[in-house]
Write a protein that binds this ligand. Structure first.
Ligand SMILES: [Zn+2]
Length: 186
């Protein structure tokens, strides 16, 4: 077994953008195996490397009986169609909130041997790869909620039995905004 402990909301590693994979070596393939085994043990639809404390751009997925992984993913959206439905995260266990996502996605990247891969995802698969790619940018699905939904989610997280208040929660109000954490330097 290579099941690893999953980092929970509040752990800074979940807020740290991950680095691109450079070496497609045996260590990478071990990471893919750990991600896959841990995801399956937890009955998850996907798991990204930062959730195991590893800052590399890799995730595994298991959606509609399609099991796979993607290294250095790049997503493209062929149209503007959206979906709205319940989403959860193994780093925010037991909590689900309706989250808007794109309905269709073209996912490009590499497998663990460095071979280019590309696939089209719709519905749940599209939701999964958007969620997991967000993880690689330090973004969590609660960041994608509207202000009321985010407020509700934060309240539920603070009340969750797994939540450790000694690690301060951070919610990025705008994942695309880049600025000094102290509001200085402009
Ligand atoms: Zn997640």
């Amino acid at each position: 077994m290579t099941v690893q402990p999953i980092r929970l909301f509040g752990d800074p590693v979940l807020r740290t953008p991950a680095d691109p994979v450079v070496d497609f070596d045996v260590e990478l393939r071990k990471l893919v195996a750990d991600l896959t085994d841990t995801m399956r043990e937890q009955n998850g639809a996907g798991l990204a490397a930062p959730q195991l404390g590893v800052g590399l751009r890799v995730f595994a997925f298991d959606v509609d009986d399609v099991l796979g992984h993607l290294v250095n993913p790049v997503l493209e959206f062929p149209d503007a169609e959206e979906q709205d439905g319940p989403e959860g995260c193994l780093s925010i266990p037991g909590l689900y909130f309706d989250t808007k996502r794109r309905q269709n996605v073209i996912a490009k990247g590499f497998n663990g041997y460095g071979d280019p891969v590309q696939f089209v995802g719709t519905g749940l698969m599209a939701r999964c790869v958007q969620h997991e790619t967000d993880h690689l940018d330090g973004v969590l699905f609660v960041d994608r909620l509207d202000p009321d939904g985010r407020k509700e989610a934060m309240k539920a997280i603070r009340q969750a039995d797994w939540y450790d208040p000694t690690t301060p929660p951070t919610v990025k109000l705008n994942p695309h905004a880049v600025g000094s954490p102290f509001g200085l330097g402009r």
